[in-house]
Design a binder for this molecule. Sequence first.
Ligand SMILES: Cc1cc2nc3c(=O)[nH]c(=O)nc-3n(C[C@H](O)[C@H](O)[C@H](O)COP(=O)(O)OP(=O)(O)OC[C@H]3O[C@@H](n4cnc5c(N)ncnc54)[C@H](O)[C@@H]3O)c2cc1C
Length: 387
Amino acid sequence: MSVEDVAAFLRQHVIPVEAELDTGSSTAMRDLRDKARAEGLWALPLPADLGGGGLSLRDYFGLAEAEGSSDHGPAALGSASLLDVRMISTHGSRTVREHYLRPLVAGEISGSYAMTEPGVAGSAPTLTRTTAQRTTGGWAVTGRKWFTSGASAAAYVTVLTRTAPDELSLLMVPTSQPGFRVVRELPVLGAGGQFEIEFTAAHVPDDHLLGVPGDGLVIAATRLALGRTLRCMRWVGQAQRAFDLMCRRANDRHVHTGPLAGQQLVQRLVFDSLLVIRSARALVAQAADLVARGEDAKTEIGLAKVAAAGALQQVADAAIQVYGAEGLTADTPLPMLARLGRAARILDGPDELHVSATARRVLKQFQAEGEEERAPDQFVADRDTAR
Ligand SMILES: Cc1cc2nc3c(=O)[nH]c(=O)nc-3n(C[C@H](O)[C@H](O)[C@H](O)COP(=O)(O)OP(=O)(O)OC[C@H]3O[C@@H](n4cnc5c(N)ncnc54)[C@H](O)[C@@H]3O)c2cc1C
């Protein structure tokens, strides 16, 4: 399969039913999944021994922008469970691996992931209030999470929870357990899919702990590195879609002096949009290269996240402007792309978090390099002066 195969699948099958998928239609999603299996496009980055396509991360990265040009692409093509499958394969007990992995890859079940809590800054997970108390053979989880994507249909929720006062861990809570409850759906700019959920002494068996107690933030960081990289690729794919629509419209739409494409103010929107898309794509490729090699990509992911989220927001907005009033309606996908672009600047860590963390990291490197470069006798002089 090639990137053209994936792009054609999106164009022919997924994009035409996006509005239906936005309403949560399970029939439309089931049909798409059957088609993806029939065309050999199912679960491409998931392990072959579990029923997936067995693509390496590097090869999958080559397809992820096309697959993510619709927000429903990864679910339709069976790769939405990639982060869970990798997390469970690496950190799950034998029981959870045997219980969840095959059904996840087959698309028979889905999971969701809950870190963010009401009343606490989501960008500071060390403030997590949800707790897990030791019980016989397991844990009793109590707390509330929100913006948990897909929680209402999930077979389990992976929850960041405090297992001791100074210890955060990830527990997989089966949603069939008494004590788990979906409180409400939280539409984001009018679109569904995010939920507030509650745990009231929900029982979690011992073997549903990922890693060992206290591993929560380390496992979450690895998951987020890949998750953010993939999300950036999808945002670039969605920005490209808005861009393509804008350019077609600029050529087709005429004002009294000719096509909109002839107006310099429209040309400026086209230029600025192309610039942010190409810049974001290059930054995302740098991050992806490091992630595929298993190397530290924090700085590159920080840059890519801010660039890709900003690109989607800017280009979707420019496309709406060129479309005029029609661009604000559901006759075009532009309101949906604009909504995704707006949310992109908050989810997966707000832009500001990435800006300050990246800048701090870079400045620290300069400081370290500066100290290395200084002659040893300079340090002696500094010490003496300090005394
Ligand atoms: C569509 C969508 C899907 C989501 N899915 C999930 C999910 O599946 N699971 C999950 O756990 N969460 C999910 N979230 C939640 C998301 O991860 C959080 O919204 C995000 O981490 C920010 O947390 P917060 O909303 O509590 O904002 P806060 O942490 O309260 O931050 C609020 C604002 O403060 C500012 N700010 C924060 N930190 C800094 C800083 N260091 N410097 C300067 N300014 C700063 C920013 O402007 C930020 O927007 C989702 C959110 C959305 C919108």
